[in-house]
Design a protein around this ligand. Structure first.
Ligand code: KIV
Length: 274
């Protein structure tokens, strides 16, 4: 018996076709079944189980503490919800930096156990042999350049990257290497819009998408952290972020109404009991 991939399911091939056709690619993070199902039904191309789960789900200051097992656990729920979207998992800090053998072992584990479609790794030329090794195992790779939060201790902050010529030149060089190696996409985080446009043009011959976050609108697509764009964390409002909803107010209002209704005895009413 053969099982076919649903024809409407987004794959790396679809992403590359969209790049070639100049169609925008949409990506949002997701960390659980319930929200991932809504995002998938709304027509997103890619669900990214980002290691931002470390912040958003676990409340850590940085992405560094989250583990391979925790990422797999979260991704399983997202995969169950994704009927249309492609699911990409972030390889967490420590899972691919030791050596390329350990990296490919972890990438295989993450793919097999979570059921996701691709992995994402942060870094440029220094991780190229690792990226090639993972690609050779048949695992699609999304690269991530610019602000790479796993290196926050090295950068010292989350500020704009590649403002200076030397860093911009290295980023462009790294992007082309990743595209040539066979990455289907590159996330470009918090870099000048003009540089992101240049990178997008440079990787186009390799049918490689650029997915921007704080990188202007000349990239092949955009990504945001779901909880940020839904306005669930309204204290966080960097320049690049747009709140497409204000769910923090909605959630707090609903909970306040529930508390009052329970306290004054109006919930449950006659129709809400057996
Ligand atoms: O972990 C994450 O959410 C990400 C996005 C910001 C691209 O890497």
């Amino acid at each position: 018996m053969s099982v076919h991939v649903q024809s409407s399911k987004i794959t790396t091939q679809t992403i590359r076709q969209k790049v070639d056709a100049g169609e925008k690619i949409t990506m949002l993070t997701s960390y659980d079944f319930t929200l991932a199902r809504l995002v998938d039904e709304a027509g997103i191309d890619v669900l990214l189980v980002g290691d931002s789960a470390s912040n958003v789900v676990c409340g850590n200051q940085y992405t560094l503490p989250i583990t391979v097992d925790e990422m797999i656990f979260l991704t399983k729920g997202v995969v169950r919800a994704a009927h249309h979207a492609m699911v990409v998992i972030d390889m967490p800090f420590g899972s691919y930096q030791v050596n390329k053998e350990e990296a490919v072992y972890n990438a295989i584990r993450m793919l097999k156990e979570s059921g996701c479609d691709a992995v994402k790794l942060e870094g440029g030329e220094e991780i190229l042999p690792t990226v090639k090794h993972i690609l050779q195992a048949g695992i699609p790779v999304c690269a991530h350049l610019g602000l790479t939060p796993q290196s926050v201790n090295q950068f010292g902050s989350f500020s704009l990257r590649a403002k200076e010529e030397a860093e911009a030149d290295k980023l462009l060089h790294d992007a082309v290497l990743m595209a040539q190696a066979g990455c289907f996409a590159i996330v470009l985080e918090k870099i000048p819009a003009a540089l992101a446009q240049k990178v997008t043009q440079a990787v186009l011959p390799y049918h490689c998408a650029t997915i921007g976050i704080g990188a202007g609108n000349q990239t092949s697509g955009q990504v945001l952290v779901l909880h940020d764009m839904l306005g669930l964390n309204e204290g966080f409002k960097p320049k690049f972020l747009r709140h497409f909803a204000h769910l923090a107010e909605e959630v707090k209002g609903a909970v306040e109404n529930y508390v009052h209704a329970v306290e004054d005895g109006s919930f449950p009413n006659e129709n809400e009991q057996y």
